[in-house]
Write a protein that binds this ligand. Sequence first.
Ligand SMILES: Cc1cc2nc3c(=O)[nH]c(=O)nc-3n(C[C@H](O)[C@H](O)[C@H](O)COP(=O)(O)OP(=O)(O)OC[C@H]3O[C@@H](n4cnc5c(N)ncnc54)[C@H](O)[C@@H]3O)c2cc1C
Length: 569
Amino acid sequence: MTEVMHVETDVLVIGSGGAGMYAAIEAARLGAQSGAQVLLADRSLIGRGGATVMAQMTVAAALGSHVPDHWTYHLHDTLQAGRGLCDEGLSQLLCDEGPDCIRQMDEWGVGWARKDGRIAAAMAPGHDRPRCVYVDFLNTGPAVSKTLRAVVNKTSGIRKACDLLITDLVSHDGEVVGAAALHLTSGAPVTIAAKATVVATGGLTRLYRRNSASANMGGDGYALALRAGEPLIDMEFVQFFPIGHLAPRLIGMDPIMWDPFRYKLGGRLLNGLGEEFTSRYGSREDGAYVLTRDLATYAIVKEVEAGRGSPHGGAYLSFEHCPEAELRAAFGPVIDRLANNAIDLTRMPVEVAPIAHYHMGGVAADPRMETEIPGLLVAGEAVGGANGANRLSGNAVTEALVFGRRAGRSAAARVARMTSQPFRPRAAKAALDLVTQDSALDSPNSADMIQRLQSIMAEDVGPFRTREGLERAIARIDDLAGELGERPFGDGQRFDMRRIDWFDLRNMLLVARVVAQAALRRTESRGAHQREDFPGMLPEWRVNQVVRWHDGHIDLVSAPSAQGLVAAQ
Ligand SMILES: Cc1cc2nc3c(=O)[nH]c(=O)nc-3n(C[C@H](O)[C@H](O)[C@H](O)COP(=O)(O)OP(=O)(O)OC[C@H]3O[C@@H](n4cnc5c(N)ncnc54)[C@H](O)[C@@H]3O)c2cc1C
């Protein structure tokens, strides 16, 4: 067998987006006196791999710099948007501690935009007042990532490991005691012994053909936790962003960048016939920007279905009515980047269409970011419940920062209580066998399998669902799982894409199955989950669905929602 590389640490953080980096910083800071060691591991480059570095817009926090605000107002809006399904303890944590993390990031030099010397905040849909801070509308996520990377680099006690694909969590005696991994650049199998493990692997939008995410967002953390015995909640709630860029080709820019400009300038949404159409779907929107994400998605999808879509299958977004100077004032350097892509907004509309963007569901956790399994913590988008059935703009980066910090604290506290390393090599054997196994010579085309899965999800588990479509999707996912088999593809040598795809597909298929099955069971429409065959929101469905993995089977049960303050609307 290939030689196994073994690493020992006190805290293992899996994923180095905003949540993972903040968790590592906090765990190392609190563990400094006892000399606690943190290992920050990522399948990509540290701080450059996931959604955080791509987020170009805003971060929600009730700072009240210019307009009075309080975290309870932010909580109220978050719970309203969550349509009765938020885990209120988590939502409260997000809103209450958001301002503190924003100020901490300010001290670390992130460079939040300022007005009259105080941190500026923009208005965003669903918030009752300007509450969304930003660096500028191109650099918010990159600045957040860069700042955290700099703090990680100067915090002693943090070791970093990039190109490390965590393939399984390792459990012993009912506790998570570390992980097994594949070192992508060498092909080496790796085991990591840890007293506390934080899963901060982000979301799952790579499951969909059109998505706003990087290629690392295939739901790894959900699959890792589920296979380790931890429940997931609210998995049916995938958020689609209505006006994701569709055409012409746009390189080097966030596909969801149109939102703030639409907000600022009242960009007009037109169908293929050049007509404003959202009023047909019950909106007062024409000329203003008031439509929520789920309703705008609905309006665009229905226009396309009626044969009135734009040439590439979406809608037009036009700023042609805006004077050039106004466009330049609002878009600033974006105008030049658009020009590099041969887009001149004074003369042409762009095409937009719904795009998979964020996942509200995830690993169940308490407000300490602890899970049911001792030794397993979770942070960021990997956590389910804070946003219920629908997330407000700007809440995701806040969630990454706040939950990351909290997970780091809890991990450090656990390490302080423990006297010995609970890892046992034999507990990692099954996971390591998978990493090192020889494969069959003629394995299927893994890249093609990923595309087929993305099509299944786009066609039948997208923003609008039916029983027939979901059942078809589940059958097709099961067929793909049969094709994938139990034995990894490829030879497991350096950067073996077929082997990497096999591990990715193993997780993606499990998570896709869970999303589809939860969507099939929820026979109502709520927030991001819209059933064409069950159009209304039903009081009896004001429950969270909890998913467990038992002997290779997915079990789904309903649990009463922990949202009590605001009545479901
Ligand atoms: C284009 C885009 C724009 C957005 N804009 C905004 C915005 O303006 N405001 C807002 O609030 N939110 C926005 N969001 C959402 C927000 O960015 C994310 O929800 C948030 O950044 C998630 O942070 P995270 O740390 O949980 O995960 P991520 O930042 O996604 O990091 C996860 C990390 O885990 C690593 N990883 C995954 N699996 C493994 C594995 N098996 N082994 C090792 N490492 C692994 C990945 O490589 C990655 O580095 C946007 C998202 C996108 C995609």
